[in-house]
Design a protein around this ligand. Structure first.
Ligand code: URP
Ligand code: ZN
Ligand code: ZN
Ligand code: ZN
Length: 492
């Protein structure tokens, strides 16, 4: 009964998991939307029925951090919006948010170029946007992006000196503008000036291999930039999102800020949660170079601390920073680590590795899994519960995960175009057996059924929950500044 192209689907007998609740229930889908969730739904003949008994029925993953078809460090990422998204669907991720890079500093030109790149999309996607320079045009364009184009977050790079890096002065202007627009400011937190100094130090010492990458930009530089960004955001009183938190140093700054009531979001990425830097010392360049990303994958210990912070709620959601280069591209830096294109894979592996590392290990509940892989991302970027939930009215982006089935990761079997995989040989329990994207079965029985052009651009509105009450806090602050002056006036 039914076919892959059926517009009516009934998922029977699974455990339906949302971020705050799970229950055994059926899920009925029509025309891409979840129509009903409840017990014993009966199906007509034109409905495709999927048996999910003994399995988890969960919202598809949302990856908050990817770079598809991005020009970077003199080359282009090997995965585009087709191959990257196909990989995502095979791994249970049904939406991602990619970073638009401006063209010659122009946001509108960058936006148009990314819409073009995304025409071959096979699943839904949204955009963040990087801010790489500052002038009146950029400021005006930010407004257009937020009010007309569906962008509600801007990323500031505090690293990549001479390329994407911005000054504190620019960051301050950007934070003020973000606040006025209700857009979330995001930072890549490493001190770019000190990184340049660290790189010079390694080259002077004759350390030119991939290990030099990690040695040149130690955790202290991530901690410094994280602390600085948090303090500047606090000075402006606007929320801050720290991308790819890779170290204890950065995580502790976030913990401290959150403990004092600041609105700071911390995003670890899969590589930081499950890998350590030992591979960077591998004598084989191709092996070592595939682990080069920024901030670097840290020494053993940081990974476990980030996992603990995630389970404690100090960090809120998991991304991948999927930014793939094949071994030929990585070889650009075979005699100088500074030329190795930065980035690792993960868009296909995230859901499995987070399940294995966090749920299967007993560190978090299944409901928390849904929160950190999907629902919280949808809340932060203001598209909940259209995405990130299995509720009547939500988009039918759904995965069925069999906790008793197992997965193995290899470059030979993955769907990315890269010829390497940083998770090569990893295996574990819990496998995504079915992926449904807006009501269409796109992954089943180990087969992908995708169609370029199927993916839709998801506009994300400004003023998420992170902005609620900020105006009242600002008013209280202003009256606290004026109060002593008024006393002085009235006493004379
Ligand atoms: O190494 C990385 N992370 N490459 C992607 C660009 C970025 O900094 O996110
Ligand atoms: Zn409920
Ligand atoms: Zn970054
Ligand atoms: Zn990134």
């Amino acid at each position: 009964m039914g076919s892959a192209s059926a517009t009516k689907i009934l998922i029977k007998g699974g455990t339906v998991v949302n971020a705050h609740h799970k229950m055994v229930a059926d899920v009925y889908i029509e025309d891409g939307i979840i129509v009903y969730v409840g017990p014993d739904i009966k199906a007509n003949d034109d409905v495709k029925v999927i048996d999910a008994s003994g399995k988890y029925v969960m919202p598809g993953g949302i990856d908050p951090h990817t770079h598809l078809d991005m020009g970077f460090m003199g080359t282009q990422t090997i995965d585009d919006f087709f191959s990257g998204q196909a990989a995502a669907l095979a791994g249970g991720t049904t939406m991602h948010i990619d970073f638009v890079i401006p063209v010659d500093g122009s946001l509108s030109a960058g936006f148009e170029s990314y819409l073009k790149k995304a025409e071959k999309s096979v699943m839904d996607y949204g955009f963040h946007m990087a801010i790489t320079k500052w002038d009146e045009d950029v400021s005006k364009d930010m407004e257009i992006m937020v009010k007309e184009k569906g962008i509600n977050s801007f990323k500031f790079f505090l690293a990549y000196k001479g390329a994407l890096m911005v000054s504190d002065e620019l960051l301050l202007q950007g934070l003020k503008k973000c606040k006025s627009l209700g857009a979330l400011a995001m930072v890549h937190a490493e001190n770019g000036d000190a990184v340049a100094e660290g790189q010079k130090r390694m080259i002077d010492l004759g350390i030119t291999g991939p290990e030099g990458h990690a040695l040149s930009r130690p955790p202290v530089l991530e901690g410094e930039a994280t602390a600085r960004a948090i303090r500047l955001a606090s000075f402006v009183n606007t929320p801050l999102y720290v991308v790819h938190v890779m170290s204890i140093d950065a995580m502790e700054e976030i913990a401290k800020a959150r403990n004092s009531g600041k609105r700071v979001i911390g995003e670890p990425v899969v590589s930081g949660l499950v890998l350590n830097d030992s591979w960077l010392w591998d004598p084989d360049f191709t092996t070592a170079a595939k682990y080069v990303m920024s901030p670097p994958i840290r020494t053993a210990g940081h990974d476990k601390a980030l996992q603990a912070a995630l389970s404690a709620g100090i960090l809120q959601l998991v991304g991948t920073d999927h930014c793939t280069f094949n071994s030929t591209q990585k070889a650009r830096g075979s005699d100088d680590f500074q030329k190795i294109p930065n980035g690792v894979n993960g868009i296909e592996e995230r859901m499995h590795l987070v399940w294995e590392t966090m749920v299967e290990s007993g560190q978090i509940s299944v409901t928390d899994y849904v929160r950190i892989t999907s629902a919280e991302c949808a809340r932060i970027f203001n598209i909940y519960p259209r995405k990130g939930a299995i509720l009547a009215g939500s988009d039918a982006d759904i995965i069925i995960l069999n906790p008793n089935s197992s997965f193995t990761i290899t470059a030979d079997s993955h769907h990315s175009r890269s010829d390497t995989n940083v998770y090569e040989g990893r295996n574990g329990k819990g496998r995504v057996e079915v992926t449904i994207s807006r009501g269409k079965v796109v992954w089943e029985n180990g087969k992908l059924m995708v169609e370029p052009g199927y993916g839709r651009y998801v506009k994300m509105p400004p003023f998420s929950y992170l902005f609620e009450g900020l105006d009242r806090a600002d008013a209280a602050y202003l009256s606290s500044l004026r109060a002593p002056v008024q006393r002085l006036v009235s006493s004379t």
